[in-house]
Design a protein around this ligand. Structure first.
Ligand code: 5GP
Length: 197
């Protein structure tokens, strides 16, 4: 279909993968475009439809599942569906770009299984579950209940790390960003120049 590559960043919520993905997107030489996922959860804070997510009603999300419009989808939390639309990946490939994903571990491994020869799957590991809890609390975007739900899920997610191509331990953000840059630059075949930025 295309020569574009797929770069997956997966991790428990609060591990810092979104920061890493946003950092990589600033490096134009990597020729990356973000795969905007669809979700049935409500927008948080400043989130905009079509930019952070395509926000769909639960009903519309289920309709798209039925119509086979998703490359992968997952009920990440109860009644909160997330998925990658086939049309999103096709659009980015048609632009001649590589696709970068910020998705949960199950979705990440699904993509790797669908396109094994053109996917780099990276797992971002938080320093500890305790630290994860602190980060989620600091973020102040979820209720205590939701934080507990995310922390409980994190332990299960951590067990999938060995199935990824690489694991980045996010103890120190600067080091994690550099490591991520190096991995992606090498995978997409870019000479490693701007990694310190
Ligand atoms: P949040 O609600 O914090 O934005 O995302 C919750 C979780 O859903 C995160 O782990 C996020 O990476 C994941 N997620 C976002 N988009 C997708 C997607 O398209 N597919 C899957 N499987 N998970 C996703």
């Amino acid at each position: 279909m295309s020569d574009g590559k797929l770069i997956v960043f997966s991790a428990p919520s609060g591990s810092g993968k979104t920061t890493i993905v946003q950092h990589l997107l600033k490096h134009k030489e990597l020729n990356l475009e973000f795969s905007t996922s669809a979700t049935s959860r409500a927008p948080r804070g400043e989130e905009k439809d079509g930019q952070h997510y395509y926000f769909l009603s639960l009903e519309d999300f289920k309709k798209k599942i039925k119509n086979d419009e998703f490359l992968e989808w997952e009920e990440v939390y109860r009644d909160n569906f997330y998925g990658t639309l086939k049309s999103e990946v096709e659009r980015i490939w048609a632009e001649g770009k590589n696709v970068i994903f910020d998705i949960d571990v199950v979705g990440g491994l699904d993509i790797k299984n669908i396109y094994p020869e053109k996917t780099l799957a990276v797992f971002v590991k938080p320093p500890s579950i305790e630290e994860l809890k602190i980060r989620l609390k600091k973020r102040k975007t979820e209720t205590d209940d939701k934080i507990s739900m995310r922390v409980a899920k994190a332990s299960i997610e951590l067990a999938t790390a060995p199935q990824f191509d690489f694991i980045i331990e996010n103890h120190h953000l600067g080091t994690a960003l550099k490591e991520a840059y190096d991995l992606v630059a090498s995978y997409v075949g870019v000479k490693n120049e701007n990694k310190d930025e």
